[in-house]
Write a protein that binds this ligand. Structure first.
Ligand SMILES: [Zn+2]
Length: 494
């Protein structure tokens, strides 16, 4: 008997509809677009969904047919051209690959296309239309997916991350693939139920209460042998679409009543816990004052409002300005995305002092500060490449483009050519900066940094620099939500 043939692909994006710049081919190329034969070598040994697909296929003795893997930093909506490019690559891959027994897709779940609120739903519907209703099709989704009816009705089952920081992407990929194999063998008939909640939930860590309590309840449900998977989705609140919200999806083996009951129960629990989901933040000045007065170090100051991992531009200047105003002497900021300043620093060379206008160039100033006119000394220039050593995306080869470290006199700023979330301490160590030695380490990140930085931080302080991933949702102008949302509206009801 010839081995089972499983088509795999990845198409991810978390679209922040408040970011002004659309996400096209260049933004995908800056992260990665891998085709066919490049995919297995790129992901083998990497802790990601496709890494999990590869291991699952090895365990099951199945043959993988990799088509395309495309991922971009979260940012503004995806262009129609880019969406069609990947969709058509997948559809063509299905048409031209011979016999396919099943499909596993690594998706995000919060993709907005410039003319469609439902990127993943549209993609899955196009695939279903081509392969018919019966071909087993499993998907993995990010914890920040906004679930839609089209996503539900066009796949066999879905597997959402159980962690934030996302350290279980590999496990979810493996789980999806092994369940795909079972379904193809006739050992599993997955049925799903969705409970959607009109909530915009700010980001909290899943290993701690209150989020951990939701997952404890989901894991208890998963102990029932009839249950395949119970996923809770925080959702992605910085997106102005009718589907923005939280959701629970329960998957059972041929028991729709059980799936429905579990999804309702867990959703009810999430709704009742809502007041626990409010996030504590400080102003930049208060956070800096607290860190400066301490005899301990390092303080990790997380600017959760300018997280490029949530589509913010990572060039907000409010925190740097506050550091300079406070006369900070021992601080590092990772990172300010500003390719113009990188070019200027490279031209001037190491140890040169240059006049720059740093950051603040892409969004209205009231959202994240003005460009800062400064004198800066160029400390280092690097190729911006390193390998992640922390628990998230371990082994992943990062390429930030040419990266410079600027010394503003007591405040060092890491400025990469490409936008990235500083989730791994290698972004500092690669540039000769040991985070343990600094009084303040400012990270433009909402939560992913915690996986690697929490163990080395004396204390973590969250601050709100008023950027595009601020937990203060009332600063954004939502127009397309439709029904009211908690906590914006007291009328919100599930
Ligand atoms: Zn996420």
């Amino acid at each position: 008997m010839s081995p089972m043939r499983l088509l795999i692909a990845e198409f991810k994006h978390e679209s922040n509809t408040f970011a002004s710049r659309p996400t096209g081919r260049a933004e995908y190329e800056a992260r990665y677009i891998k085709r066919a034969g490049e995919i297995i070598p790129f992901f083998t040994g990497v802790k990601s969904e496709i890494g999990g697909f590869i291991e699952g296929a090895r365990q099951a003795g199945a043959e993988l047919v990799p088509v395309i893997a495309a991922n971009a930093m979260p940012s503004g909506v995806v262009t129609r051209e880019m969406f069609n490019y990947v969709r058509d690559a997948i559809l063509q891959g299905i048409r031209t690959s011979g016999r396919i027994d099943g499909i596993a897709l690594s998706l995000h779940g919060a993709m907005v296309v410039e003319d469609s609120f439902d990127g993943e739903g549209e993609l899955l519907e196009a695939i279903r239309n081509q392969v018919g209703p019966d071909l087993p099709l499993m998907i993995t989704l990010d914890f920040h997916a906004n679930l839609t009816p089209k996503m539900m009705s066009n796949c066999s089952a879905m597997f959402g991350y159980n962690t934030y920081p996302h350290v279980d992407t590999y496990e979810r990929g493996l789980e999806a693939l092994l369940n795909l194999v079972k379904m193809i063998r006739g050992e599993l008939r997955p049925v799903m139920a969705l409970e959607w909640l009109p909530m915009l939930i700010p980001s909290l860590e899943t290993s701690l209460p209150p989020f951990s309590r939701v997952f404890d309840a989901a894991f208890a449900m998963e102990k029932d042998p009839r249950v395949v998977n119970v996923s809770w989705f925080q959702g992605f609140p910085w997106t102005d679409i009718p589907y923005a919200g939280s959701a629970v999806v329960a998957v059972t083996d041929d028991d729709p009543a059980l799936a429905g009951r579990l999804a309702r129960e867990l959703a009810q629990q999430v709704w009742e816990m809502r007041e626990l989901f409010r996030v504590e933040v400080m102003t930049p000045a208060a956070a800096i004052a607290k860190a400066t007065q301490s005899l301990h170090k390092p303080f990790v100051l997380a600017d959760i409002s300018d997280n490029p991992g949530g589509g913010a531009p990572s060039n907000g200047t409010q925190v740097i300005k506050a550091l300079l105003d406070a006369g900070a002497k021992d601080a590092v900021v990772a990172t300010i995305h500003d390719p113009q300043v990188v070019e200027q620093a490279v031209r001037a060379g190491v140890r040169a002092t240059i006049d720059i206008e740093l950051g603040g160039k892409t969004e209205p100033a009231h959202l994240h500060g003005e460009p800062l006119k400064l004198k800066a000394m160029v400390r280092t220039i690097s190729d911006g490449r390193y390998v992640n050593k922390g628990p998230m995306g371990t082994g992943f080869k990062v390429d930030n483009g040419v990266t410079v470290v600027l010394d503003l006199g007591g405040v060092e700023v890491i400025v990469p050519e490409r936008k990235l979330q500083p989730a791994d301490p290698e972004i500092l160590r690669r540039h000769g900066i040991e985070p343990r030695d600094k009084q303040m380490v400012v990270l433009k990140s909402t939560l992913h940094y915690r996986a690697a930085f929490a163990p080395l931080a004396h204390e973590i302080i969250q601050l709100d620099g008023a950027g595009l991933t601020s937990p203060n949702f009332s600063t954004f102008r939502y127009r397309n939500l439709g029904v009211p949302r908690w906590p914006l509206s007291p009328d919100a009801r599930p």
